[in-house]
Design a protein around this ligand. Structure first.
Ligand SMILES: *[C@@H]1O[C@H](CO)[C@@H](O)[C@H](O)[C@H]1NC(C)=O
Ligand SMILES: *[C@@H]1O[C@H](CO)[C@@H](O)[C@H](O)[C@H]1NC(C)=O
Ligand SMILES: *[C@@H]1O[C@H](CO)[C@@H](O)[C@H](O)[C@H]1NC(C)=O
Ligand SMILES: *[C@@H]1O[C@H](CO)[C@@H](O)[C@H](O)[C@H]1NC(C)=O
Ligand SMILES: *[C@@H]1O[C@H](CO)[C@@H](O)[C@H](O)[C@H]1NC(C)=O
Length: 323
C-alpha cells in the first residue's frame, strides 16, 4: 500500500512532464521578454518553455517564482516552465537567500487577429502621410473587448541603413514616425519594413507592413479660392515644395445639391469626373464643385474632397463653402 502511494507520487509528475512537448519556436521580443509561438496542433494545450536565470548563475542553487508569488517546484539556472494556452507570466529567479537575480516575462503569440479591428482584405494597420518630409502616421482601431497596447515596434529600411523613429501618439491608436535619413528629392529605392507587436494580457499579435513613402502619400484637402467666376485650386499648405517637382493631379466633379440637404462630395455620384493638373476651374451656375488631389507621380490615395458651393445670398462671403 505504502509502495503504491509512493509509486504514484513519483510517477505522476514525471509522466505529465514527459507528455508535454518542448517549444521549438520562441524568440526574444525585447530584454527579459520571451515570446512562444503557440501551435496547439503541434503541442496541445500545454508546452514546455526553457528559461535561463543568467549565464552568471550557472551551477548555483536557484529558486523560481511565478508572478513573484508561488514558488515553483523548479531549481537551478536552467529550467522548463509549463505554459498553458494563453497563460504566460513573469518568472523570477532568486538565490536561496531570497535575493532577486533576474526575471523573464513569457508571452504567447497566437495566429488570431483579435486585439485590433480589421479584415485581411481591408487590412489592420494603415499608414499615411501628407507630404514627402519622411514623417508618417500609422493608425488602427482597438477592439473594445480587449485591453490592447503596443508592446514593441520594429521599423527599418529594407536595404540601406536607415534611422527611423516612432512614437506612440497620445490617443494610443496611432504612431508617428520619422525617417531621419529620408531624402524627398531622390528616388525611394527601398521600402520600409514595419512590425508592430500588440499585446493583450499575455497574448502577442504581430502585424507586418511593407511600404514606400510614395505608396502612402495622400495630399491634404485642396484649398479653393474664388476669383470672379474662376475657382483657383491651390495645393495644400502641407504639400512638399517646390510644387513643380511634386505635381498633383486634381479630380473635379460638379454635383447639384437640393436646397437644405447636406451636400457631401464623398457620397454624391456625378456623371462626370474630370482629371486635371490645371489650377483653374470655371464655376458654373447652380453647381457645387468637389475637388481632391493625388500625387501625380505616384499611384497612391486620393485626398479628402474639398467642396465649393456658391452662396445663394449675394451679400454673403463668397469664400465660404470650403469643406
Ligand atoms: C537576465 O536575463 C536576460 C534574458 O532573459 C539576459 O539577457 C541577462 O543577461 C540576464 N541577466 C543576468 C544578470 O544574467
Ligand atoms: C537618428 O536621427 C536623429 C535625428 O536626426 C539623431 O538625433 C540620431 O542620433 C540618429 N541616430 C542614428 C543612430 O543615426
Ligand atoms: C509635412 O507634413 C508634416 C505633418 O503634417 C508637417 O509638420 C510638415 O510641416 C510638412 N512639411 C512641409 C514641407 O510642409
Ligand atoms: C460625408 O460622407 C462621408 C462618408 O459617407 C462621411 O465620412 C463624412 O463625415 C460626411 N461629411 C459630412 C460633412 O457630412
Ligand atoms: C494604380 O492603382 C490602381 C489600383 O490600385 C491600378 O488599377 C492602376 O493600374 C495603377 N496605375 C498605375 C499607373 O500603376
Amino acid at each position: 500500500m505504502i509502495f503504491l502511494v509512493i509509486g504514484i507520487l513519483v510517477v505522476l509528475p514525471h509522466a505529465s512532464a514527459g507528455s508535454i512537448k518542448v517549444a521549438e519556436s520562441y524568440w526574444t521580443l525585447k530584454a527579459n521578454e520571451l515570446v512562444v509561438d503557440e501551435d496547439m496542433a503541434k503541442y496541445g494545450s500545454k508546452v514546455l518553455v526553457p528559461l535561463v536565470c543568467g549565464e552568471a548563475f550557472e551551477g548555483q542553487k536557484i529558486i523560481w517564482k511565478r508572478e513573484s508569488r508561488e514558488e515553483l517546484p523548479l531549481q537551478g539556472n536552467r529550467v522548463f516552465v509549463i505554459v498553458e494556452e494563453r497563460q504566460g507570466g513573469t518568472y523570477t529567479c532568486y538565490s536561496t537567500e531570497g535575493n532577486y537575480l533576474n526575471h523573464t516575462l513569457v508571452l504567447v503569440q497566437w495566429r488570431y487577429r483579435k486585439i485590433i479591428k480589421g479584415t485581411p482584405e481591408k487590412g489592420y494597420v494603415h499608414c499615411s502621410t501628407n507630404n514627402y518630409s519622411g514623417s508618417f502616421r500609422c493608425f488602427w482601431a482597438w477592439d473594445e473587448t480587449r485591453a490592447g497596447k503596443v508592446a514593441f515596434i520594429k521599423i527599418t529600411r529594407s536595404h540601406i541603413v536607415g534611422n527611423i523613429s516612432c512614437s506612440l501618439d497620445s490617443s494610443a491608436g496611432s504612431i508617428t514616425c520619422q525617417d531621419h535619413a529620408y531624402c524627398p528629392y531622390a528616388e525611394e529605392m527601398d521600402h520600409i519594413d514595419l512590425t508592430i507587436y500588440f499585446r493583450s494580457n499575455y497574448v502577442i499579435e504581430t502585424y507586418y507592413l511593407q511600404f514606400r513613402i510614395s505608396d502612402i502619400v495622400r495630399p491634404d484637402m485642396v484649398r479653393i479660392n474664388k476669383k470672379n467666376n474662376i475657382l483657383e485650386l491651390q495645393y495644400p499648405e502641407s504639400w512638399s515644395t517646390p510644387f513643380s517637382y511634386f505635381p498633383l493631379t486634381f479630380q473635379v466633379k460638379e454635383i447639384r445639391c437640393r436646397r437644405k440637404r447636406i451636400c457631401n462630395c464623398s457620397n454624391r455620384r456625378s456623371a462626370k469626373v474630370d482629371l486635371t493638373q490645371e489650377q483653374q476651374w470655371p464655376l458654373k451656375k447652380g453647381v457645387t464643385v468637389c475637388v481632391r488631389a493625388q500625387d501625380d507621380l505616384a499611384n497612391s490615395s486620393w485626398g479628402e474632397w474639398s467642396q465649393y458651393k456658391k452662396e445663394k445670398h449675394k451679400r454673403q462671403n463668397k469664400k465660404d463653402g470650403l469643406k
